[in-house]
Write a protein that binds this ligand. Structure first.
Ligand code: XMP
Length: 212
């Protein structure tokens, strides 16, 4: 089973398609974020799907009123995205507006140091929200495996945990999988490496239990 997600945070279409093509054998999905959509246009989602035949996650971290979240999500799902990442702190109505249109992944905690200020104190409530709405998954920080185990214990078993923060931000893939994560998100350590395919292969092996 493939459990690696490529965070393709580059601007340029040619680079994005090349890195996705070179690494696709080791990926479960490709995640696109604002840098790539702003740099290459929304059409990049369809192009990446055609290039890789993999699911595409649009990491827009939607955090608006229900009407605006819905207007954005409609465009992004129509462009071919299979999943959209949305913030939960804006409330269940905002998240539901996206869930009415397609599969959602809810942010419950973030991987950077500043996440301790405002998001981490809300994690329990955000996990409760996820248990109530039953999205495809939630995002939790690979930089804090102890928080991933904490969230896994509180979260309904069939909701997936996706964890960014491996590699460039210091988290370890094996550590966070052992803590209960289902998928590992890696960006810079793959796309900015000298050999993205080899880097993805090594993460894949680590995930499968080998040594990196
Ligand atoms: P790097 O280059 O650090 O990229 O491997 C990580 C990717 O994941 C996104 N990211 C997050 N997304 N919650 C999220 O929903 C988080 O805590 C988080 N931390 C990183 C980041 O934008 C990049 O695409």
């Amino acid at each position: 089973m493939r459990r690696l997600i490529l965070a393709l945070d580059v601007y340029e279409k040619g680079t994005a398609l090349r890195v996705a093509r070179e690494t696709a054998d080791y990926l479960w999905a490709v995640k696109v974020n604002w840098p790539l959509i702003l740099g290459s246009g929304l059409g990049i989602i369809r192009e990446l799907k055609e290039e890789t035949a993999l699911p595409i996650i649009a990491d827009l971290k939607l955090a608006d009123i229900p009407n605006t979240n819905g207007l954005i999500a409609r465009k992004v799902f129509s462009a071919g995205a299979d999943y959209i990442i949305a913030h939960g702190f804006t409330g269940r109505d905002s998240v539901k507006a996206v869930m009415d249109l397609g599969e959602v992944i809810i942010v419950t905690e973030m991987s950077h140091p500043g996440a301790r200020e405002f998001i981490q104190p809300l994690t329990d409530k955000l996990v409760e929200l996820a248990n109530e709405l039953e999205p495809f998954g939630i995002v939790a920080p690979a930089t804090r495996p102890e928080r991933v185990s904490y969230i896994r214990k509180k979260l309904k078993g069939d909701i997936k945990i996706l964890t960014p923060g491996v590699g460039a931000q210091g988290g370890s893939a094996r550590g966070v999988l052992e803590a209960g994560a289902d998928y590992i998100i890696v960006g810079r350590s793959i796309y900015a490496s000298e050999n993205p395919r080899e880097s993805a292969r090594r993460f894949h092996e680590e995930i499968e239990g080998g040594v990196r």
